[in-house]
Design a protein around this ligand. Sequence first.
Ligand SMILES: CC(C)(COP(=O)(O)OP(=O)(O)OC[C@H]1O[C@@H](n2cnc3c(N)ncnc32)[C@H](O)[C@@H]1OP(=O)(O)O)[C@@H](O)C(=O)NCCC(=O)NCCS
Length: 186
Amino acid sequence: MKNQLIPQATVGMERSAWIRGLTLNMDITLRPAVSDDGLAVHRLVASSPPLDTNSLYCNLLQASHFGDTAVAAEMEGELVGFVSGYLKPDATDTYFLWQVVVGEAARGQGLAKRMVQSLMDRPTLQGVRFLETTITPDNEPSQRLFKSLARDWEADLDVSVLFDKDTHFGGQHDNEELYRIGPIRR
Ligand SMILES: CC(C)(COP(=O)(O)OP(=O)(O)OC[C@H]1O[C@@H](n2cnc3c(N)ncnc32)[C@H](O)[C@@H]1OP(=O)(O)O)[C@@H](O)C(=O)NCCC(=O)NCCS
């Protein structure tokens, strides 16, 4: 099963099934995002250093316009995890993962991996062959997460600097290194 990104139960699943949501272990439901998630996303990110916060307005856009390419993880009505991202406008076979966050209490149980995997299993994202994200050099948990996904998918992982500390951030922020995983075999 290692290579198989699409579990049999998910093949052919209609988008409506995703809207209803999928209940996984720990009574956590994974579903696409809706605008009502925006405020909870904002609060979750703010309480999860070293993530950069974005404006609430930005989180509202992530959860609404980009809701179909986001994952909200909900437990007992509370948002405990979130993935934001989009298909790159100039390369629609590439999913750019903007941020992944798991609330402190839910960490270390595979939730981040499940959220990313659930995205890749969505019928609407079956054309995705590459996953990209950026990580700062000091964020080991995040590096481990994406290395683990690449390993599970038996896909290549390339790392390069996308946004440079001095050139792009004027020395105000560490390098943002691009992690590019793929091609992802289907
Ligand atoms: C990074 C983060 C999303 C991981 O969430 P999580 O649900 O705990 O991660 P998972 O349980 O799915 O673990 C995925 C892999 O990463 C590894 N990992 C996760 N957190 C780790 C940590 N603190 N130290 C070492 N390894 C870690 C796991 O061991 C696992 O690897 P494996 O499959 O080889 O065993 C979470 O810690 C978080 O939200 N951190 C703050 C925000 C952040 O840094 N986000 C990423 C930047 S965009």
